[in-house]
Design a protein around this ligand. Sequence first.
Ligand code: NAD
Length: 483
Amino acid sequence: MVIDGRDVDAASGQTISRESPGHRGKVVGTWPAGSTEDADRAIAAARSAFDEGPWARMSGAERSAILHRVAAGILQHQEELGLIECLETGKPLAQATGEIGYCADLWTYAAGMARGLEGDTHNAIGDNRLGLVLREPAGVVGIITPWNFPFIIVSERVPWALGAGCTVVAKPSEYTSGTTIRLAQIALEAGLPPGVFNVITGTGPAAGQMLAEDPRVDVLSFTGSVRVGTHLAALAAPTVKRVGLELGGKGPQIVFADADLEAAADGIAYGVYHNAGQCCISGSRLIVHNSIRPALLDRLLDISKRLPFGDPLGQGKFGAMVTEQHAEKVASYIAKGLDEGAELLLGGERLAAEQGNFIAPTVFDRVTPEMAIAQEEIFGPVLSTIGFDTPEEAVALANGTPFGLSASVWSRDLETAIQTTRRVKAGRFWVNSVIDGTAEMPIGGYKKSGTGRELGRYGFDEYSQFKGLHMTLGRQQPWFQQS
Ligand code: NAD
């Protein structure tokens, strides 16, 4: 772990180990098994770095220079970080290494913006008054992250929090802690003062829960499941801290009859199979106009059958499920889909089980909206297809789950695309694409997919306090008239 600028073990001396999901039986990481004692040390370090250290008082230019150096450090270590990410998550090496490059760009963007974080002025609130809105750093930020995109998710939050002048305690998933630890070490080498970015490792309840409960933490940013997110929001409530939640999804891919079917089939395959379906923004529900359903499914099945999968260190596009338990959970959803009467067009089986936790690309047709495979986040390479006849029906189907994280619409008609975008509740939208994103654009959820927005200029507001300063020019009208 990294606490107050030093690499430390857990106070208990205990460790946890990680087996590669794509190479059965091979241990690829060992980290300290942190507990509340360690969380306490990390929070104390972040608190005193915020209250007494230089970071919150530095100019934006000084903070920016350090964040730029972190971005450069990430690029210098791109191959190493990509390999760690690949082995711990089970995603293909080329994908993992590419993600590290994307993260360097996130840090670069936040570094640039850190110089331009202004407040506001109000010059029309009366002749004797001037209003200033002062942007201040929000304080100590606890950041809890999941296992599916460990380096991306930490890089979508930490540079924004640091850029705003906050200090951070990050708790990565117990399955994929390696790159977050390396990130904190790279940040120290880049000149980030000790205590500004701390990392504690271990299981959620033991190492992470204190970040919600402790009053010394001002902001909790949680990314993960609805179950844990709502639990932590309830634990955080008595401290009245700000809580940002980025939770699950059940992304619809709405395909109209006028869509470019080749492009849509390719996008649907990417949307559901990328990261073996373990994306919060997966396009896991295909909502397709009935007139093109057979033609689109033919093209999709053709791609699905030819997808290379296997050893994450090889050339595959398709990696492993994060754990054996998770593979079993995905398999149980497939069984439930069959039980509920959906038609299995392809896949459904485990692949190369002796090598790792692989599940075949799986496509269901004739799914009805109330089925579990249409409502719940499966987090695997499983597509649920539902047909529609009218645009109103398509919108109702798209909105018909508890989630609202992401959505795609495929159409050549601008009006259809825009009107659908307006009516479907999702924080991240794509027209004729899927799983796209850049540092400039906000991400976040509607409904049970979460609260708050990360990235872009919006992300900095999550980690800022705004103070309304009212200045009186000249003498104010007395409240109490002396007689
Ligand atoms: P999870 O909720 O099980 O765990 C997420 C993190 O919370 C881990 O670090 C875990 O150790 C920690 N945690 C668990 N219990 C805790 C507790 N009691 N106190 C403190 N911390 C605790 O989620 P996961 O299985 O790691 O990730 C998959 C989920 O994450 C999916 O639902 C997915 O949709 C969601 N996700 C959302 C986004 C987004 O941006 N909206 C991005 C990626 C993943």
